[in-house]
Design a protein around this ligand. Structure first.
Ligand SMILES: [Zn+2]
Length: 245
């Protein structure tokens, strides 16, 4: 179950499945990147310093996201990953972050192994199977039992608002008979990106999955929405801190 909490005065979204871990999604109150907005440089640098101080970490590990299926395993003392849409780490006492505005943010964490991942799954990443591939890479590289992994599918654009034309529908929905994945209305397709990603995680053997019901487009007062704000927006983030074993 997802619930709003606060991180030293800043509104965040957590799941009861990882309540005791620093694994969460931020909101408009807690901007950590100013990449799209010069006016947020001050806020973002203040918030990054706050995050590092309160988690006792030295640097934030992040990536240049390009809607690919490129996945990186975090290395010691390397904090930036070019053209990467998923980060996987087992480096104790380190923090990683990816940014979102409508795309599906996914956190994977194994409390038993202290290995975690953040996945950026927009419709392109979803079509490229990035959730499945990232889960598989985490499981294989660190020899993790899929049953030890907890998955959080965070706030993203919902089926209510993710209206597409046939070309996107054609790339995303391979099983046309599964009507839980989409609604067809007046020649448009409303697609459930969160459910598509959940299905990929299940295929990788993960059973413990919490899905956030919130739609970033409907709730653009709390989250950033690329679609609602017509591209002129900032980003909320997914955060994972790897605990000491
Ligand atoms: Zn919506």
């Amino acid at each position: 179950m997802f619930y709003f909490d606060n991180f030293y005065g800043k509104k965040i979204l957590k799941s009861s499945l990882l309540a005791d871990f620093d694994c969460f999604f931020t909101t408009r109150e807690f901007v950590l990147t100013s990449a799209q907005r010069d006016d947020l440089i001050k806020d973002a640098s203040y918030n990054r310093a706050l995050l590092l101080e309160k988690t006792s970490c030295d640097e934030i590990c992040t990536a240049k996201q390009i809607h690919s299926a490129n996945i990186s395993i975090v290395e010691n003392n390397k904090y930036f990953y070019d053209e990467t849409d998923a980060l996987i780490s087992n480096i104790e006492n380190s923090i990683m972050l990816l940014n979102f505005a409508d795309c599906v943010p996914i956190i994977l964490y194994s409390p038993k192994d202290n290995v975690g991942a953040i996945i950026h799954a927009g419709w392109r990443g979803t079509a490229l199977n990035i959730a499945f591939l990232s889960a598989e890479k985490m499981i294989d590289n660190f020899n993790i039992k899929p049953s030890n992994i907890i998955a959080l599918i965070g706030p993203s654009i919902g089926k209510c608002c993710f209206e597409t034309d046939y070309d996107v529908f054609d790339k995303l929905i391979l099983d046309r008979l599964d009507k839980s994945l989409y609604i067809e209305k007046n020649g448009k397709y409303y697609i459930d990106l969160k459910l598509l990603n959940k299905n990929q995680l299940v295929k990788a053997g993960i059973q413990n999955i919490d899905i956030c019901d919130y739609c970033t487009c409907c709730m653009s007062d709390i989250f950033f929405s690329y679609r609602k704000e017509q591209g002129i927006t900032a980003r909320h983030s997914a955060i994972v801190k790897i605990k000491r074993g």
